[in-house]
Design a protein around this ligand. Structure first.
Ligand SMILES: [Zn+2]
Length: 242
């Protein structure tokens, strides 16, 4: 039984730390804080490489469910505000919700998805947080630095082209259902912001910089109609102000 007591202590420490840092806590924050989850695994899961999150938690289900129970008890005692959150996979096509548990049981999934927000935050800040929790994730498209091939249509993908990763599989933009989008390079924040607002589909274009050893944003892929609308919008507001 000492083991379960230990788990509770770990849960509380991880939860308190996350709450202090960001004014809300998710089950993922707690599991990472306890050392049950690695951030890289969470990324892989969001990218569709891992079928359900519990698969990469190196503890048995009994311990995990005990940890989740302790987390809910702690949140309840602190009077935190529960907020149901939707986790969507960063995969092509219609967005599908991510699965946390092996069983996929709706009640267990709900427990995992729920975020707890500090009641000390103003109502407005609480609302804004909830919005950011439920934003659909940005798809990432890579500028190819090494020749590759689309795993679906077998088209050669040369250096300088764009590709999308579906799990471990490289896809050309057509096969990733992003072929109808146009590229808007970074550098015009106002145009980017407005275009994003009008575009129903969007992907961030990044390129690996060998000298800086990190991905750098090159621009976005957006619907052409959205770009035109944003451009004429800006032109109109400029001529009005002239
Ligand atoms: Zn293809």
């Amino acid at each position: 039984m000492a083991n379960l007591k230990e788990i509770e202590g770990k849960v509380i420490r991880a939860a308190e730390e996350a709450l202090f840092r960001q004014h809300y806590v998710s089950s993922i924050d707690v599991l990472i804080g306890m050392g049950y989850l690695q951030p890289i695994h969470v990324q892989d899961w969001k990218n569709g490489k891992i079928p359900y999150l519990e698969k990469v938690i190196p503890a048995n289900l009994h311990k995990i469910s005990h940890a989740m129970k302790c987390f809910r008890k702690w949140a309840d005692q602190k009077d935190l505000k529960p907020s149901e959150t939707v986790y969507l996979a960063k995969t092509k096509g219609p967005k599908r919700p991510l699965q946390f548990s092996k069983s996929g049981h709706p009640q267990i999934e709900l427990a995992y998805r729920t975020h707890y927000i500090s009641p000390l935050l103003s109502e407005r800040k609480q609302e804004r947080l909830k919005e950011t929790f439920n934003q659909s994730p940005d798809l990432i498209v890579y500028v190819i630095v090494k020749d590759s091939q689309c795993s679906h249509c077998k088209k050669d993908l040369m250096k300088g082209y764009l590709l999308f990763m579906e799990g471990e599989q490289p896809l050309c933009l057509e096969c990733a259902e992003l072929g109808d989008l146009v590229f808007l390079p970074s550098g015009d924040p106002m145009l980017t912001r407005r275009t994003k607002r009008y575009s129903e589909k969007l992907a961030i274009v990044v390129k690996f910089s060998h000298s800086r050893k990190r991905y750098e944003r090159q621009g976005i892929l957006i619907q052409e109609a959205a770009l035109r609308k944003a451009q004429s919008n800006i032109k109109n507001s400029l001529s009005k102000n002239a």
